[in-house]
Design a protein around this ligand. Structure first.
Ligand code: MRU
Length: 360
């Protein structure tokens, strides 16, 4: 397994995005990246759940792993008397943190299933931790497999456009949309990545760009509204994005702005791929309109958050007038008709119900 290689003060260390040790969950503190590299510890399930809603950890796969770990922590914290009620209550809290990423519900359902199958509370606690760890390991492996399948789409000197962050930091390791880029780079190919900045939280400019720096992949951060310009000029060879949830008919929910990229890619004859593990596919969601779309605080749109050289610290600055309000949907839905293919951990498939069902 290849872990995240991070250059911390000139020293390379291997990290996963998050992990569990004893009864604590550790995470790379994502809001601080790229300006600081810090690992934070969460000692109880409520704190881990808050880390998900506050986006200390984000990205579908990483949210899923965090949710699994949080439920395992709850099983460790639960009293012998009323064990199952406590864990079920925790499951509600964890599932309530973020509504769109399917991996969260996939993970908590699996840990809950492991707990429910065991009679004694000691055994149930062990089963919860074991299952949460298994989910995290599978998540890292799925990213590696997506890299293996997707790498074949990226020839030497190709220019890839991506939106948001669907790299290591959005998973336990490897990532989804960026895994083919990393695999291709490791095969010795020259790859260039256009990185959409991805307002309002700028996951592209902050996280994807930082990951690409760590991997030595050539890239340029572009304003979200510049992608059409480059596509029309013929400067983009392929678009690869991640997914927060894939509906049964192949519609995909991903970071807001993805839909526009798909329509632009279609208009300009550019292949548009979605990369996602099978854990992101929700066969119970008939189509994209059934996927719950998270609305986040208007402050994310009205302000910008970043590093101030002047004050040597992270700061939030207001951009819009004090009297203005904002709307902030965190995701949008790309209809299956715009998707050339879905790169999964079990191969590249069509964005259609028939192909998706065959994966299971
Ligand atoms: O709101 P976030 O940062 O959790 O958004 C999720 C994402 O990172 C993206 O939508 C991504 O492209 C898919 S998640 C692997």
């Amino acid at each position: 397994m290849i872990f995240i290689r991070v250059n911390v003060c000139g020293v390379f260390r291997d990290y996963r995005t998050l992990w569990m040790k004893g009864s604590s969950v550790f995470m790379i503190d994502q809001p601080k990246i790229p300006h600081r590299f810090k690992v934070v510890e969460f000692k109880c399930y409520q704190d881990t759940a808050c880390a998900i809603s506050d986006m200390v950890v984000r990205g579908a796969g990483a949210i899923g792993a965090a949710g699994g770990y949080a439920l395992a922590q709850a099983a460790l914290e639960a009293p012998d008397d009323g064990f199952l009620e406590f864990v079920r209550g925790a499951e509600q809290v964890i599932n309530g943190t973020r509504p769109t990423a399917q991996d969260l519900f996939y993970a908590t359902r699996r840990v809950m299933g492991a707990v429910s199958g065991v009679e004694d509370t000691g055994g149930a606690r062990k089963a919860a931790v074991f299952e949460a760890q298994r989910i995290a390991d599978e998540n890292a492996h799925a990213g590696e497999m997506i890299g293996k399948y997707g790498e074949k789409l990226i020839k030497d000197k190709m220019r890839v456009l991506t939106h948001c962050n669907a790299g290591w930091l959005a998973f336990v390791d490897w990532g989804s949309a960026l895994a083919p880029v990393y695999a291709s780079k490791r095969c010795g190919r020259n790859v260039f990545v256009y990185v959409d900045e991805t307002r309002p939280r700028c996951q592209g400019a902050r996280l994807t760009a930082w990951e690409l720096c760590q991997e030595g992949v050539k890239h340029a951060v572009i304003a979200d509204n510049a992608s059409g310009y480059y596509m029309r000029r013929g400067d983009v060879d392929i678009v690869i994005v991640g997914a927060d949830r894939v509906a049964c008919n192949g519609d995909v929910a991903n970071k807001v702005g993805t839909y526009e990229k798909a329509v632009l890619a279609h208009e300009n004859g550019i292949p548009f791929y979605v990369a996602a593990p099978r854990s992101t596919v929700d066969l119970s969601c008939k189509c994209g309109d059934d996927i719950p779309i998270e609305e986040r605080s208007e402050d994310e749109v009205l302000s910008m958050f970043g590093w101030s050289d002047e004050f040597s610290r992270m700061m939030t600055v207001r951009v819009a007038p004090q009297d203005s309000h904002a709307l902030n949907p965190a995701f949008d839905v790309t209809p299956a008709k715009y998707i050339t293919g879905i790169i999964t951990d079990a191969g590249i498939v069509k964005a259609s119900e028939k192909s998706l069902r065959k994966l299971f």
